[in-house]
Ligand binder design. Structure first.
Ligand code: SAM
Length: 316
């Protein structure tokens, strides 16, 4: 469906949990602790996806928190895959524990994966994620490739003073493997991102690699600008929500795991769907339609924006 600015909204980012097995330095803060208490059930998620699909959603990305912490993730994926109009079903994950589950998820209907990976150095990976295992991520990528998943994307957030010495290594990944590596600018969500001094604008990275040439986008609404060098098997993408706003072509909405529709990462407005979940499908559909219609024109990252939720609670 269209919002009031004429944008066609056809992409749902579905957060299935706020819980995460990692505590990345820019994402989670302090000693926050999350439980499954307020999570929508698989049945509730499926009902909302049905309504969204009826309103024109064709792409669903499962995210969190960390989706893999949900034991019923395979069921959630299978329920979404049953909707014939959902043509693209993907997941964003930190890949801890992915290796043992990828086959089941693929069988359930998962089509594509975005894997978050901020360092290729074991010690730095563990430091940036506060406890993650790089070997799990690499094992997860291998297992996904082995079970025939194509279009695996690696998402990397560059943080000045942490992983900015590894840009060459990440670009080499896209050269040697059929993997797209995307550099995502650190957003002002969470304390580290709100301190703009740690953000590395993507233009700064790109300027250092003149041999990378711009490619046509894989799809018209993608937020990344893609590049590759001679002989690359994958692409290098730049997602620049802070330095290059792409709100005018934004086609997405987010559902938080506690049932709030959030129209924009950089705008705190949310619509609680839980009361509507107690009503008829008509009520639920009308509530979703009204929320989409009122999607804000754009994010507020350029002002002193403060997100009322950390990224793991929104669904990054
Ligand atoms: N746990 C999953 C994962 O790690 O991919 C999914 C949730 S995580 C919140 C989704 C993505 O949000 C990750 O790629 C993470 O790097 C990104 N992210 C979190 N906080 C961010 C921030 N302040 N700026 C940019 N990206 C951020």
């Amino acid at each position: 469906m269209l919002d009031r600015f004429g944008r066609e909204i056809n992409y749902l980012r579905l957060s299935v949990t706020e819980r995460c097995n990692l505590r990345c330095i820019y994402c989670r803060e302090g000693n926050d602790c999350f439980t499954a208490e307020n999570e929508l059930t698989a049945g509730e998620l499926s009902r909302i996806v049905s309504q969204m699909a009826a309103l024109g959603v064709q792409k669903v990305r499962v995210t969190g928190g960390e989706p893999l912490v949900r034991q019923d993730l395979e069921q959630i994926i299978a329920d979404i895959a049953r909707h014939p109009t959902v043509r693209d079903l993907c997941m964003t994950t930190n890949a801890q524990g992915l290796e043992g589950r990828i086959r089941g998820l693929h069988r359930a209907g998962l089509m594509r994966l975005n894997i978050s990976l901020d360092s290729l150095c074991k010690e730095r990976y563990s430091k940036m994620t506060r406890g993650g295992h790089l070997s799990d991520v690499l094992g997860g990528i291998d297992a996904a490739l082995a079970c025939g998943m194509n279009l695996i994307k690696v998402n990397t957030v560059l943080v000045r003073g942490e992983n900015d010495g590894e840009i060459d290594d990440f670009i080499r990944l896209a050269k040697e493997y059929p993997i797209d590596v995307r550099f995502i600018e650190l957003m002002p969500i969470g304390r580290l991102g709100e301190d703009g001094t740690r953000r590395i604008p993507n233009a700064e990275v790109l300027a250092a690699y003149p041999a990378l040439k711009r490619l046509a986008p894989r799809c018209p609404c993608q937020p990344s600008e893609d590049y590759a060098g001679e002989g690359f098997r994958g692409r290098v993408g730049f997602i620049s929500p802070v330095s290059h706003k792409f709100c005018a072509v934004c086609n997405r909405v987010r559902l938080t795991s506690d049932g709030h529709l959030r129209m924009c990462l950089g705008d705190n407005t949310e619509t609680d769907l839980r009361p509507a979940l107690d009503g008829t499908d008509q009520t639920l559909g009308d509530t979703i339609r009204a929320a989409i219609w009122n999607k804000p024109r754009g994010h507020h990252f350029e002002t002193l924006f403060h997100s009322q939720r950390a990224m793991n609670r929104i669904g990054g």
